[in-house]
Write a protein that binds this ligand. Structure first.
Ligand SMILES: NC(=O)c1ccc[n+]([C@@H]2O[C@H](COP(=O)([O-])OP(=O)(O)OC[C@H]3O[C@@H](n4cnc5c(N)ncnc54)[C@H](O)[C@@H]3O)[C@@H](O)[C@H]2O)c1
Length: 248
């Protein structure tokens, strides 16, 4: 018996990192998953996970792609119980140097993409009694960052804000919406294990003095998507080795 037996999940960004790890954990726990990515690497995830995982090519910043993604999930599995809006991109630049082009690039994936994923998740799940929305924000959306990633942080603060709004507006329609805020996690986006080992300052502020593993975040997502978390909604959950508990 898995904690997600019989559930269907849509996961964006499923060709890499925390989304791929989530697909792995969701399938292990008995879910069927439609995993979307713009990279083409969602097909590699499908090779690894077999028939319980359907790959789908989508750019989350394009509304037509997002609509098609939900239609494909309904066609493949007949319902959607959980949506994990994980796809995201990084971007550096001090506040006095950022350009409007960089602002648009980051916001289009991290904020517009998650907004579209949330909108169409609600439209898909409310008619079938509700479901769970998990939006990937960041500790950088709860506070600022010591690294120059202000626009990225602003995009993640936006994700936290409208995740709460979705929880408020659709709580009585069976929707639970929560924001997951990882701290530094070992993925391609953060430069991988090698980069993190090269710059120990990156983990100095965290009481556990290490970066998180994608699987650790995936386990939280599985619990939140399961029937074991029926009263958790509108929450902003840091999973950061204690980083946001500290003052420097
Ligand atoms: N890694 C970290 O330290 C960290 C910390 C906090 C939050 N996050 C957030 O976690 C989420 C997952 O990041 P990750 O670290 O696993 O990164 P990752 O780079 O390993 O995976 C991100 C995936 O999103 C996909 N993607 C990018 N743009 C897309 C688009 N327009 N449409 C569809 N797919 C797209 C990429 O192709 C990639 O497969 C992101 O939202 C990121 O901002 C990461």
């Amino acid at each position: 018996m898995g904690e997600l037996d019989g559930k269907v999940a849509v996961i964006t960004g499923a060709g890499s990192g925390m989304a791929r790890a989530s697909a792995r954990v969701f399938v292990r726990e008995g879910a069927k998953v439609l995993g979307a990515d713009v990279s083409g690497r969602e097909k590699e995830t499908a090779q690894e996970l077999g028939g319980a995982f359907v790959p789908f090519h989508a750019d989350v910043s394009q509304e037509a792609d997002v609509e098609a993604m939900f239609a494909a999930a309904l066609e493949a599995f007949g319902k959607v119980d959980a949506v994990l809006n994980v796809a995201g991109i990084g971007g550096h630049g001090k506040m006095a140097d950022v350009t409007t082009a960089e602002f648009d690039r980051i916001m289009s994936v991290n904020l517009l993409g998650v907004m579209l994923g949330t909108k169409h998740a609600i439209r898909t799940m409310v008619p079938i009694g509700g479901g769970v929305i998990l939006n990937w924000a960041s500790t950088g959306g709860m506070n600022g960052s010591r690294t120059p990633v202000g626009i990225y942080c602003a995009s993640k603060a936006g994700v936290i804000s409208f995740t709460k709004q979705a929880a408020i507006e659709y709580g009585t329609k069976g929707i639970r919406a929560n924001a997951i805020c990882p701290g530094l996690t070992v993925t391609e986006l953060s430069g991988g294990r090698e980069a993190i080992e090269k710059f120990p300052a990156l983990v100095e502020g965290a009481p556990m003095r290490r970066a998180g593993e994608p699987e650790e975040v995936a386990e939280l997502a599985s619990f939140l998507a399961s029937d074991r978390a029926p009263f958790i909604t509108g929450a902003v959950l840091a999973i950061d080795g204690g980083l946001t508990a500290t003052t420097p």
